[in-house]
Design a protein around this ligand. Structure first.
Ligand code: NAI
Ligand code: PYR
Ligand code: MG
Length: 609
């Protein structure tokens, strides 16, 4: 009896692994379309521009609506890339912001017109285009959103929609939604409260989901919760597109978010909801409020933590030490916000899980490896009104008090790792970096993780000049590598949560996880940490190239799905029973996840009328 069930299961797994998603050069099965003529040309999901074959033009009432020559997908691709390069050439010498916005516009126009071509150029050129659709340019886009606005993307739920959200959610045209990224615009990158203009962030994050995790773009939904803004400039701006009122607070605020979450869950109970760029108090509060009821996570708190942990473990390896020595690292975190505290929580957990560290509390109060600073300097137990999430990391200098290490101190013990999540550009100045030279690490690590580029705590040039060429560097937004005095490369790694959030979402989705546990998040971080080889680490490479993001995401997604199974949180998805997932080997799971990824190719269109 059992043997039959096992045999059926392996046959099912073989079937799952052999039904591949379309990849480069593949032909997709036909797609039924309920429209004709110009309605198809104006629908970016179906539109193929000049690539509609003649038979399809006849079938769909398109004959005469397009120039007669039929172009191939490859020709269209080349034409777009050529116009992008011409734009680069023609804007040489213009200010960076003008060039970046021009690049964003040309990509955005393609996105609005032809999604298949847009996502193909994005996937193939992710390293070049990520800085346009994601940080840093997405920050500039958000700052200028009310002026740049041409057509809506995603959904907007405002404080004025209270009581209506359950019906509004049905206004979204797609029947199925898998992935939602939602913001309230209260802390957009390091740019502060941008109100409704923050919608650019969910849009950019979901573009990364499509490119990296192969989530079908028809099944993603960017959402803005507009509960007002406290940004005076926006409140006074006549062109501002959001509610011109101060932010809701307290129970009024939570009532809006509650109603939104209930509405989403009612229509798409299996959709994953990623909270993004909420100010700290709401980031932690909503995470605690929803994480056991819905399949959701907070990217700034949890995604960032995993990426930083992978970087911290890389820094230990760069020193030529065994991973267990992580517990001996002195780590200074500048910025005690949602990201900084998220990182500290995960790093502390990871230390407690290291072999040889058995007792909870061994790294506890007064004897931890962390020093945390916020805008008022070093946080100690004498600080008044500390948020409980931060208080866990306050230093308690009692009898061991050291002269320079007092409440509010600006210079603290020279650490092995200096990690910035402050949102303050240039705060790791020459003095701070020169002090890092005294670190007793053979490769002091400096992580300037704030975004966008203008908010990075320092640049790689500063680090290799002032700390030394033995330093390792990572930043949240991309920088170019630096040529060192001996001709070697000083690597400007990118430590951005984009390495993890797509895999966390994808793994949760494919496993049909009931919720997203700490174990699943740890699995994601460990997977990323182990991705880099010792050879690469020795050169100062802590993170893989963004060009491999689809491959990395398949691995991370598989690790997350397997962790969900291990914790009995997996309920499976449409074609996958959790027992199938349980019987897959690690590499079969990676294959399965990779095969489930959507890949942009034109499908033959068939009209149902
Ligand atoms: N690289 C990545 O993947 C990620 C980067 N970030 C970046 O991290 C930054 C912070 O994000 P959140 O923690 O969510 O913001 P937050 O507003 O919750 O926290 C900012 C923290 O920095 C502190 N701070 C402000 N000025 C300071 C100063 N002069 N010295 C020391 N500390 C100072 C504040 O007191 C606060 O504790 C943003 O720039 C954001 O873009 C956030 C998430 C992911
Ligand atoms: C990367 C990101 O999530 C942030 O800067 O907020
Ligand atoms: Mg964020």
């Amino acid at each position: 009896m059992w043997r039959h069930a096992a045999a059926r299961r392996s046959a099912q797994i073989r079937r799952l692994l052999s039904t591949s998603a379309p990849s480069a050069g593949a032909v997709r099965g036909p797609c039924i379309v309920h429209k004709r003529g110009t309605d198809i040309l104006h629908d970016p999901w179906y539109n193929k521009d000049t690539a509609f074959p003649l038979t399809e033009r006849d079938r769909l009432g398109l004959r005469g609506l397009l120039p007669p020559r039929v172009m191939s997908f490859e020709q269209q691709y080349e034409r777009f890339i050529n116009s992008y390069h011409s734009l680069e050439h023609n804007t040489q010498g213009e200010p960076d912001s003008v060039v970046s916005l021009a690049k964003w516009r040309i990509l955005n126009r393609l996105h609005d017109r032809n999604e298949t071509l847009y996502y193909r150029v994005l996937i193939d050129n992710i390293k070049d285009f990520a800085p346009i659709i994601y940080t840093p340019t997405v920050g500039l886009v958000c700052e200028n959103y009310s002026g740049l606005f041409r057509r809506p993307r995603g959904m907007y739920f405002s404080a004025k929609d209270k009581g209506e959200m359950m019906s509004m959610i049905y206004n979204w045209p797609a029947e199925k939604v898998d992935m939602i990224v939602v913001t309230d615009g209260s802390r957009i990158l390091g740019l502060g409260d941008l109100g409704v203009q923050g919608i650019g962030i969910p849009i950019g994050k979901l573009d990364v989901y499509v490119a990296a995790a192969g989530i079908n773009p028809q099944k993603v939904l960017p959402i803005m919760l507009d509960v007002g803004t406290n940004n005076e400039e926006l409140l006074e701006d006549k062109l501002y597109l959001g509610l011109r009122q101060p932010r809701l607070e307290g129970e009024e605020y939570l009532a809006v978010v509650d109603e939104f979450m209930e509405a989403v869950h009612a229509r798409w109970p299996k959709a994953i909801v990623q909270f993004e760029d909420f100010q700290m108090k709401w980031a932690f509060e909503t995470l605690q409020r929803y994480r056991s009821r819905f399949c959701m996570f907070n990217d700034d708190v949890q995604g960032t933590a995993g990426v930083a942990l992978a970087g911290l473990l890389g820094a230990v390896r760069a020193q030529g030490r065994p991973l267990a020595d992580f517990t001996k690292q002195k780590i200074v975190v500048v910025g005690a916000g949602s990201a900084g505290i998220g990182v500290l929580n995960m790093a502390k957990h990871a230390m407690l899980r290291m072999p040889g560290t058995h007792k909870i509390g061994e790294l506890g109060e007064g004897h931890n490896q962390f020093w945390v600073l916020d805008k008022d300097g070093l946080i100690t137990k004498s600080r008044k009104d500390l948020d409980p999430a931060v208080a866990r990391f306050a230093r308690g200098y009692g009898p061991e008090e050291v002269e320079d290490l007092h409440e509010g101190a600006s210079l603290v013990e020279v650490p092995h790792v200096l990690l910035g999540l402050s949102g303050v550009g240039g705060i790791f100045n020459e003095e701070v970096l020169k002090a890092m030279k005294e670190s007793d690490s053979p490769c002091p690590a400096i992580f300037a993780m704030s975004n966008p580029t203008t908010k990075a705590e320092c640049t790689p040039e500063d680090v290799f000049k002032h700390v030394g060429e033995n330093a390792v560097f990572a930043s949240g937004s991309p920088f170019s590598n630096v040529t060192l005095s001996n001709g070697r490369k000083g690597y400007a790694n990118q430590a951005n949560n984009m390495y993890l959030f797509p895999g966390i979402g994808l793994g949760a989705l494919l496993s049909g996880a009931r919720h997203i546990s700490d174990g699943m998040l740890h699995a994601a971080a460990e997977c990323l940490a182990s991705y880099i080889t010792d050879d690469a680490i020795r050169k100062g490479i802590l993170f893989p190239s963004i060009s491999s993001i689809r491959h990395i995401t398949a691995r991370v997604g598989a690790a997350v799905a397997r962790a969900a199974v291990d914790e009995d949180l997996a309920e499976g998805c449409s074609d996958l029973d959790p027992r199938d997932l349980r019987s897959m080997s690690e590499s079969d799971t990676v294959d399965y996840v990779a095969r489930k990824m959507w890949y942009p190719v034109y499908s033959p269109l068939v009209n149902d009328k």
